[in-house]
Write a protein that binds this ligand. Structure first.
Ligand SMILES: C[S@@+](CC[C@H](N)C(=O)[O-])C[C@H]1O[C@@H](n2cnc3c(N)ncnc32)[C@H](O)[C@@H]1O
Length: 252
């Protein structure tokens, strides 16, 4: 399965260059390490704000049994899904709009082990079979998705009855995920703020703005510029845009 990256909107594939170049930046990794301390999930090598604590909570909430299928949508470079699948003994299918992310995820899967496949696709068109997934997880990706109702319809198609969608995202005041999920036929089981997220995210942005030149040297101008723009533009809205962890299930 593969769709050309050009079919997706600029907004949804805007991290292409960051995802392609992230591995080459010890500075970026150091910024995350400093901001997170012991809660940094080093082996998952995430691109987002997931912590060990978040991954443990997602692992608990997906509730998949060994050998069952877990999908990770907006999987990026694959680490969070690989860690959760390994803890659960689940079979993983990771999907992302960015081809470079999928390539990196396949590489990381070889290092971390487990039964995992990655493909280019989207929340709206996952390429997964009807009712094939015991659960779907997603870390820090749903906020980027333009067609949220269409995506939830796709999740309803690929999840088995009673299957769970467990995800982290940011919740601006104009967007009520609980309402969106309920309208799409899900039952909301958990809706909580992730612990200590604001302090950490602001520390990462401070680190990015403080190391602009080094990031550009290590990742190239385009990737660094994407990170710097986000760090500049997002800080002011964070206080009113909590990072939430949500678990919802399809009817049994
Ligand atoms: C902040 S990154 C998080 C990546 C990964 N989950 C992690 O935590 O390391 C958001 C990811 O969502 C992907 N993405 C954005 N829109 C998407 C869509 N409509 N369908 C699938 N993936 C999408 C991006 O390409 C990016 O890899």
């Amino acid at each position: 399965m593969s769709w050309a990256a050009g079919e997706f909107s600029q907004e949804e594939d805007r991290y292409s260059e960051v995802l392609r170049r992230q591995w080459g930046s010890p500075t970026l990794r150091g910024i995350y390490r400093d901001a997170y301390g012991a809660d940094y999930p080093e082996e998952a090598d995430p691109f987002g704000f997931v912590t060990r604590t978040d991954l443990a909570r997602i692992t608990e909430l997906v509730a998949v049994e060994p050998g069952e299928l877990l999908a990770d949508l907006g999987c990026g470079r694959g680490g969070p899904g690989l860690v959760v699948a390994r803890e659960r003994g689940a079979v993983l299918r990771g999907v992302d709009v960015v081809e470079a992310a999928v390539t990196e995820a396949r590489e990381l899967a070889r290092e971390l082990g487990g039964e995992a496949e990655f493909a280019v696709g989207s929340f709206e068109q996952t390429g997964l079979a009807d009712h094939s997934c015991a659960a779907v997880m997603s870390v820090d990706a749903f906020w980027m998705v333009w067609d949220k109702p269409g995506s939830l319809a796709e999740l309803g198609r690929i999840l088995r009855p009673g299957g769970r969608f467990v995800f982290t995202t940011w919740e601006p005041s104009y967007l009520d995920h609980r309402e969106l999920l309920t309208e799409a036929g899900f039952e909301v089981l958990v809706h909580e703020h992730t612990p200590d997220w604001l302090h950490r995210q602001l520390a990462v942005y401070r680190g990015i703005l403080g190391h602009r030149r080094r990031l550009a040297d290590e990742m190239g101008q385009t990737a660094a510029a994407t990170l710097i723009a986000e760090a500049r533009e997002t800080r002011s809205v964070l206080a009113t845009t909590p990072r939430v962890l949500i678990a919802a299930s399809t009817p049994a």
